[in-house]
Write a protein that binds this ligand. Structure first.
Ligand code: NI
Length: 144
């Protein structure tokens, strides 16, 4: 367990009330964990912005009846090479496939790989989530 420091934050009453309503809806037991998560999110955004290595999951839903689409998706992944760690494919129904692609690399490179797949005709939904381990966030503010 890392050492904890205590800090105080001054907030307008209305802002604090809204924050308490928000964290209650999200199921937080107390403000501290909610504030820690907000800080982690902000630090992660800094890592992504600075283009340092992160991991990413790209979820796409596509119509496998669109000609050559499956082949084009495979080509994008082969071009990305070692950035692709794993991919899982599920046949959702007669038309649609769901694929989750797990990647590792610099944020901008992962975004480019994702954009290459999302722009293909027949890919109807998709979202890239970039993340990182909490441990590496500790170094997020260091300059490299
Ligand atoms: Ni399928």
């Amino acid at each position: 367990m890392p050492q904890l420091s205590r800090t105080g934050v001054s907030l307008e009453d209305d802002l604090l009330k809204e924050f308490d309503r928000l964290i209650a809806r999200r199921g937080y037991g107390n403000r501290s964990e909610a504030i820690r998560d907000l800080i982690r999110e902000a630090l992660l955004a800094g890592v992504v912005e600075s283009n340092r290595p992160v991991v990413g999951t790209l979820t796409i839903v596509y119509d496998h009846h669109v000609p050559n689409l499956a082949q084009k998706l495979t080509e994008v992944q082969h071009t990305a090479g070692a950035m692709i760690l794993a991919a899982t494919h599920i046949h959702l129904d007669h038309h649609y496939c769901l694929e989750v692609i797990i990647m590792k690399g610099r944020g901008k490179d992962l975004q480019a790989v994702a954009d290459g797949m999302l722009a293909l005709r027949g890919v109807e939904l998709g979202k890239l989530v970039l993340t990182n381990s909490g441990a590496s966030l500790k170094h997020a503010t260091h300059a490299h």
